[in-house]
Design a protein around this ligand. Structure first.
Ligand code: DAH
Length: 339
C-alpha cells in the first residue's frame, strides 16, 4: 500500500489543468468520495495494526499534498483567466467616459452667459400657458393669425389654455410681479403646430431678453445687440437692423448678422446676400408695460427674441432640424464633452 501511495504522491506533484473542467476532473479523480484517496482510506482499515502508524502518515501526506496541489492549480488558473477575459478587473475605475452636451444646451448656455455679462439674470416660465400671457398681454389682436389653431396647440375644450408659442410670455410673467429695473434672459422650449420637416418642428427653443428701466433707448438695444453678435460669432461680425413688426414692440426690428460662413461675401447658406437673420427685437410697446402694471410714462424697455436652433445651425451647420430631437448618439457625440 505504501508503494501505491508513493506512486500517487509523484503523480499528484505533476498534475496539470488548463481550465476549470480539467481541474474539476482532477478533484473528482483524487478527492471525491469515490476517488483514489477515499479508496485508500477504506483499504486502510485492513492494514495490519503494526503498520497502521506508518501507512497513516503517508496517507495523510498524500491527502494534504493533493489538496494543496488542487488549490495551487486553481489559483494559477484563475489568475490567468482574469487576463484572458474581456473584463480587466485590475483596471482603475477612472477616467469614466462622460457623455456630451446637447448642441442646443451648449448654445443656450453661451447665449445666456453673454447676457449674464451684461447684468441679465435667468427667468423661466411655464410651457403650458394661458391666452393672457402668450397673446393678450402682448398686444396680439383678437384676430391675430398666431392665435389660429393652425399655429397654436390648444388644450381641447379650453381655448384659454395652450402650449406657449414663444418665450415672450415670460416677459409678462416677470413684469407682473416685479417693478423695474427688470433685466432678464429667458431660455425655454416653445411649441407650434407645424408639419415636421428638415426645416420645421412642432417644438423648438428660444431665448428672450428683456430690459426695462428709466431712460432705456433704442441706442441701448443696438449696443447690446452688437456686443452679443460679436461675442457669439466673433469680433469681425457686423450687424444690420431692418424695420419689422411685432405686436409687443414699437418700433420693431429684425437683426441680421454678416454671414459667418462666407464672411459676408455671399454663399448658398446666406442665399448670396452676405447676411443671415438671427433675431427679432424692439422697444417694448408702452401698452405691454401698462398691461403688466408698469408706468410707461416713467419706464421704457427693449426686448429681443431668437430661436436657439437657428443659431446652432449657424454655428455648427446642422442641416436637418430633426437631428436635434432624435437622440442619435453618433450625432450627439460630435459636440463638446460634458466635463
Ligand atoms: N416672440 C417672437 C417670435 O416668437 C420673437 C421676438 C421678436 C421676441 C421681437 C421679442 C421681440 O422679444 O422684441 O417670433
Amino acid at each position: 500500500m505504501i508503494d501505491r501511495i508513493k506512486t500517487l504522491l509523484k503523480e499528484v506533484e505533476e498534475l496539470k489543468a488548463n481550465n476549470a473542467e480539467e481541474l474539476e476532473a482532477l478533484r473528482i479523480k483524487y478527492l471525491s468520495k469515490k476517488g483514489e484517496i477515499s479508496t485508500l482510506m477504506n483499504d486502510f482499515r485492513n492494514v495490519a495494526a503494526d503498520q497502521k502508524r506508518e501507512v497513516g502518515q503517508f496517507l495523510n501526506q498524500l491527502k494534504e499534498a493533493t489538496q494543496q496541489k488542487i488549490n495551487d492549480l486553481k489559483e494559477e488558473f484563475s489568475n490567468s483567466t482574469a487576463v484572458d477575459t474581456d473584463i480587466d478587473l485590475s483596471r482603475t475605475s477612472y477616467p469614466v467616459p462622460l457623455g456630451t452636451r446637447h448642441p442646443i444646451s451648449i448654445v443656450k448656455k453661451e447665449i445666456c452667459d453673454i447676457f449674464a455679462r451684461l447684468g441679465f439674470s435667468i427667468a423661466e416660465g411655464p410651457e403650458i400657458e394661458d391666452d393672457w400671457h402668450v397673446f393678450s398681454s402682448l398686444n396680439f389682436a383678437e384676430d391675430h393669425p398666431a392665435r389660429d389653431m393652425q399655429d397654436t396647440f390648444f388644450i381641447q375644450h379650453n381655448p384659454d389654455i395652450l402650449l406657449r408659442t414663444h418665450t415672450s410670455s415670460v416677459q409678462t410673467r416677470v413684469m407682473e410681479r416685479q417693478q423695474p429695473p427688470v433685466r432678464i434672459i429667458c431660455p425655454g422650449r416653445v411649441y407650434r403646430n407645424e408639419a415636421i420637416s428638415y426645416r420645421a418642428h412642432c417644438f423648438f427653443h428660444q431665448v428672450e431678453a428683456l430690459y426695462v428701466d428709466k431712460d432705456v433707448s433704442f441706442a441701448d438695444l443696438k449696443q447690446a445687440l452688437l456686443f452679443f453678435a460679436k461675442e457669439l460669432f466673433g469680433q469681425d461680425t457686423k450687424i444690420r437692423l431692418r424695420p419689422s413688426y411685432f405686436p409687443f414692440t414699437e418700433p420693431s426690428a429684425e437683426m441680421d448678422i454678416s454671414c459667418n460662413l462666407c464672411g459676408g461675401k455671399g454663399c448658398p447658406f446666406c442665399k448670396h446676400t452676405g447676411w443671415v437673420e438671427i433675431l427679432g427685437c424692439g422697444m417694448v410697446d408702452p401698452s405691454v408695460l401698462e398691461n403688466c402694471g408698469i408706468d410707461s410714462k416713467i419706464y421704457s424697455g427693449y426686448a429681443l427674441g431668437m430661436g436657439i436652433e437657428r443659431i446652432t445651425n449657424l454655428k455648427y451647420q446642422v442641416k436637418d432640424l430633426r437631428m436635434f430631437s432624435e437622440n442619435d448618439v453618433r450625432f450627439l457625440k460630435q459636440f463638446e464633452s460634458a466635463n
